[in-house]
Design a protein around this ligand. Structure first.
Ligand code: FDA
Length: 307
């Protein structure tokens, strides 16, 4: 019930101003956001590496409104990649990007987003790592998949995300698996209408299993993006059935969520990557984390009221 209301609020400027200014917000945001700057995220990457974890870094931000902001997003990623190179952390850290932050929704946005993301993918490749294109709401996906295909011509390691709640995803998974892509499968975090997406958890979970089977049996590199213990166990079993070795797929979870499970899977010999978001424009990312688990809202409410 609450999830869709929170997701609607995630697109409201009034709510953005209210929540950003509320006392106590920062304490809750800090659970999900690893820092505000490159300097603050570096120790987090080093700590992850010490625990045998890998990371994918997301400079938070989305739905920008000017080409200058899109260029600034590109520059923020280039700065990050520069720092990773200096520190020799390139092999441990990948990048995750949202094309809306690179200008996708502006006029001529498809070309603009491609022009802004290409130098980031190029710089990542130069330090031995790669970029994954996050999946946003369903209206953006044709453009995202076309950009993914375009980037893969020069950088075949470029990854993309697919969402099991969308009806279209089984067909997308078959195509991507045959092409040998790196694909992160998630359930999906946006508010989508019943005309394009499953609305119930059992249907979304069943679709997740069907799609994961396709990815595991295909030619690509599956990235299992979920904290759901049942899906993680099914993922392990599907990998075994497909004859995949431990380095032929990976698990991914979000920073701040089920952290003990990150370490447990890594200790079992799995490749475990923590999606680590940082930056100042955290509102949309934070609201999706609240919507995923409405109990977080209670924690948030308590934190605001006790300040
Ligand atoms: P589910 O929601 O069933 O959660 C399983 C358990 O995990 C819960 O019972 C709870 O214990 C814990 N949990 C999950 N979310 C929590 C939260 N917010 N706070 C506290 N505990 C929580 N989506 C998208 O649309 N596009 C994208 O590009 C991405 N990218 C992405 C990357 C990675 C690495 C992950 C793990 C997830 C995404 N997502 C995403 C988000 C994804 O679509 C989904 O909303 C969340 O992962 C929650 O779904 P679960 O599969 O974890 O299952």
């Amino acid at each position: 019930m609450l999830g869709p209301v929170i997701l609607a609020a995630s697109r409201s400027d009034k709510m953005r101003r209210f929540i950003s200014a509320a006392p106590g917000t920062k304490q809750v945001v800090d659970r999900f956001i690893a820092g505000e700057s490159v300097d603050q995220v570096v120790p987090v990457i080093e700590d992850a590496a010490a625990k045998g974890l890998e990371v994918t870094l997301d400079v938070v931000g989305e739905d920008i409104t000017t080409p200058e902001q899109a260029a600034a997003a590109r520059d923020a990623y280039l700065e990050l990649i520069g720092r990773l190179e200096e520190l020799g952390l390139g092999a441990r850290a990948e990048m995750s990007v949202k094309l809306s932050m690179f200008g996708q929704a502006l006029e001529g946005g498809h070309e603009l987003a491609l022009a802004n993301v290409r130098p980031v993918v190029e710089a990542a490749a130069a330090i031995g790592t790669t970029v994954t294109l996050d999946a946003e709401d369903h209206t953006t996906l044709d453009s995202m998949f076309t950009i993914h295909e375009e980037l893969r011509k020069d950088f075949p390691q470029t990854g993309c995300v697919i969402q099991s709640y969308l009806f279209r995803t089984e067909a997308d998974a078959r195509r991507l698996a045959a092409e040998g892509s790196r694909v992160r499968l998630v359930k999906g975090a946006y508010k989508e209408p019943a005309s394009v997406a499953y609305q119930s958890k059992p249907e979304i979970d069943k679709a997740y299993v069907r799609i994961l089977k396709t990815l595991m049996q295909g030619e690509g590199y599956p990235m299992i993006g979920s904290h759901d213990p049942r899906l993680i166990a099914i993922g392990q079993e599907l990998a075994r059935q497909a004859g995949r070795k431990l380095d032929e797929y990976e698990f991914q979870m979000l920073y701040g969520i089920r952290s003990e499970e990150h370490v447990r899977l890594a200790a079992e010999g799995h490749r475990m990557r923590v999606y680590t978001a940082y930056g100042t424009d955290w509102y949309g990312y934070f609201m999706r984390r609240l919507a995923e688990k409405p109990a977080n809202l209670l924690f948030f409410g308590r934190s605001v009221l006790t300040k």
